[in-house]
Ligand binder design. Structure first.
Ligand code: NI
Ligand code: MN
Length: 226
């Protein structure tokens, strides 16, 4: 499977000719200034929660791509208020079938409000099962024992975890999470964008290696095979 990293927690995964984009936050990200929004393609846009660093470009990219936006009920109401009609609302524990994947909205421990302070529903993550393999995107979350359920139910090819600490799991908890979901290949997100979440890349990779796991930190704008 191919994963393209767009910076912070924004990435896209291609499967059976379709592109699923997660948590679009590109134009305000000073680390992603080389990325132009019109490079970004999507058939589906999945949003984990309402914080600005996960939805800043959601409206613009939904309009640009015509992609279906999938998120929790409260975020979908907000998306619809911005004139986007191609949407699908979910809530925790629910799964839907898209043409390329089965998507399940799963627990995250975090908060979720829009930039004006209004309620963004309860934050979540996504388990994505495709004919080419399955993966789990944690969203912004603390380490939680609920992650064990994901490992028990789905054989994961890789997982995408927040690793920047301060607002979410740090490296040590992300390694624990990788053990909980029984997955060797982890793509790190939600690090370096802001001063409190800067990490030491070499040290983070070494810690994962020591635990028998592999940490991928793709360059912004790059595509990896995973
Ligand atoms: Ni957040
Ligand atoms: Mn965040």
């Amino acid at each position: 499977m191919k994963l393209t990293y767009w910076g912070h927690s924004c990435f896209s995964v291609s499967c059976i000719g379709k592109t699923i984009l997660f948590d679009p936050f590109i134009s305000p990200n000073h680390l992603a200034s080389q990325v132009k929004l019109d490079q970004v393609k999507a058939d589906y846009i999945l949003i984990s929660h309402a914080h600005e660093d996960h939805i800043a470009d959601a409206i613009a990219l939904a309009k640009q791509t015509g992609a279906k936006v999938v998120s929790n009920y409260e975020i979908i109401l907000w998306i619809q208020k911005h004139g986007i009609k191609n949407v699908h609302a979910m809530n925790h524990g629910g799964a839907i079938m898209l043409d390329c994947a089965r998507i399940k909205y799963v627990n995250a421990i975090h908060s979720s409000s829009f930039s004006d302070g209004s309620y963004g529903g309860v934050p979540g993550g996504f388990v994505v099962e495709t004919p080419e393999g399955s993966f789990y995107y944690s969203g912004d979350t603390a380490l939680t024992y609920d992650m064990k359920l994901i490992g028990e139910c789905t054989r994961l090819r890789f997982a995408v975890f927040c690793i920047g600490d301060n607002f979410t799991m740090g490296v040590d908890d992300a390694i624990r999470a990788a053990e909980f979901v029984d997955c060797e290949k982890i793509v790190g997100v939600h690090y370096d964008t802001f001063p409190p979440i800067k990490i030491d890349h070499a040290q983070a990779k070494a810690k994962f290696k020591e635990a028998g796991k592999q940490l991928f930190l793709p360059a912004i704008g790059s595509t990896i095979e995973i």
